[in-house]
Design a protein around this ligand. Structure first.
Ligand SMILES: Cc1cc2nc3c(=O)[nH]c(=O)nc-3n(C[C@H](O)[C@H](O)[C@H](O)COP(=O)(O)OP(=O)(O)OC[C@H]3O[C@@H](n4cnc5c(N)ncnc54)[C@H](O)[C@@H]3O)c2cc1C
Length: 373
């Protein structure tokens, strides 16, 4: 039987970054993926790095998101240094477009919300916004500049993290789907695969929206897939520096001139089909925000499955099964939350204490919810 200090189920950005951090701390780590790693949500995302909450229910996430944002440059530097590959990190800010007739009121609400959460946000007139981003629509009423936000090429980052993990000594097992966790009494002793059992002192479930399919993990990680459709556009004569964001859509410029437009949020199970309605919504929103995109070339369309939890917040930390940790449920923010997730899991495994309060994200919260019903 193969033995490791740590067995990680799931080779997306989350699992691979955890494996990388632990290998660098001197642990013998195995990374299992049911296919080639890095082909699911971490491949499909847009790569926006924004700690701003999209609605009130996401406010508890802000401290974690800010902590991750703060260590992002250091994380990217470490990954790029080891892998020798660029992650396409763009610390250029976000511009939030406001089209409503009550622009003045909306502007002050948005600014107050951000400032109340300790996030930088500056009001802009439509004219000033168009000076910064000339592709913005003439119908714009006002805008908010969020200068500390950024984006990353998540496909490039995922490949760089996987490469850095390999170079740091992580043992890779592609094509290995974990079927269940192994238990001896109240202890998790590793993972069970179709034809073999792997022994590990620590087991981390980081299989994205598939985590609940691993027997023994579902009670701690009751995640489900939230499909997002995306479009990549090539606009030759259009200048876009920042992430552009409106109520309907976001646009994410890449270093190579592409503009990614997305995304839908749909609960349709584990299928990744594209729909006419989904693409229409994305393209109409993109052209409304930046009319010049009407002439851009559609280069690629795809869909991916976000790992969503019952309260839409991540599921992080130890369980009541000794040695079993969960790191999933990152929903719409897993690319942003990768550095802090990897750091916290590494801290717990190496010291059994963490530098940030993560109680709110405990995998045990679903147990108490079902016990109270
Ligand atoms: C359209 C879209 C847009 C997004 N945009 C953003 C964004 O702008 N910013 C942001 O921060 N986040 C964004 N996200 C969310 C982000 O992509 C996810 O939260 C993040 O990638 C989750 O990473 P993960 O490693 O947990 O999951 P995944 O990347 O899905 O990785 C899970 C891995 O587990 C493997 N696996 C599954 N079952 C098993 C098993 N039984 N055994 C072993 N391995 C298994 C899978 O093959 C996969 O490789 C977006 C997501 C989508 C779909």
């Amino acid at each position: 039987m193969k033995k490791f200090d740590v067995a990680v189920a799931g080779g997306g950005l989350i699992g691979a970054s955890i494996a990388l951090e632990l290998a660098r701390a001197g642990w013998k780590v195995a990374l299992f993926d049911r296919q080639e790693p890095g082909q699911e949500s971490s491949w499909a995302g847009a790569g926006i790095l924004s700690p701003a909450p999209e609605n009130a229910s996401m406010i508890p996430l802000v401290p974690l998101a800010k902590a991750s944002m703060a260590i992002y440059p250091e994380f990217v530097g470490m990954v790029e240094g080891i892998s020798g590959q660029s992650a396409g990190y763009r610390p250029k800010g976000t511009l939030q477009a406001i089209f409503s007739r009550d622009a003045r009121e909306e502007l002050s609400t948005v600014i107050a919300l951000h400032h109340g959460l300790g996030l930088k946000a500056e009001p802009l007139s439509a004219g000033d916004a168009r000076v910064l981003e000339p592709s913005l629509s003439d119908d714009l009423e006002a805008a908010v500049l969020r200068p500390d936000e950024a984006s990353v090429d998540n496909r490039a980052l995922t490949q760089a993290v996987l490469d850095a993990a390999r170079k740091s000594g992580v043992h890779f097992f592609p094509g290995s789907a974990a079927e269940s966790i192994c238990r001896e009494g109240s202890r998790c002793t590793g993972l069970q695969f179709k034809n073999e059992r792997i022994e590990a002192q620590w087991t981390v479930i980081a299989a994205g929206c598939f985590s609940a399919k691993i027997e023994g993990a579902a009670t701690y990680a009751p995640v489900r897939p939230a499909k997002g459709q995306m479009v990549s556009l090539r606009a030759y004569a259009l200048k876009m520096e920042r992430v552009l964001w409106s109520e309907k859509i976001y646009l994410v410029p890449r270093n190579d001139g592409r503009v990614l437009a997305g995304a839908t949020v749909e609960y349709t199970g584990f299928e990744k089909g594209l729909t006419a309605g989904g693409l229409e919504k994305i393209l109409a929103g993109a052209i409304e925000l930046s009319p010049g995109l009407a002439n851009s070339r559609v280069e690629e369309t795809w869909a991916g499955l976000r790992p969503d939890s019952p309260d839409h917040l991540p599921i992080l930390g130890p369980t009541d099964v000794e040695g079993l940790l969960i790191a999933t449920g990152h929903f719409r923010g897993g690319i942003l939350l990768t550095p802090v997730t990897a750091r916290l899991i590494r801290e717990w495994i190496t010291k059994q204490s963490v530098s940030l309060d993560w109680e709110r994200f405990s995998p045990m919260r679903f147990q108490s919810a079902s016990a109270n019903r």
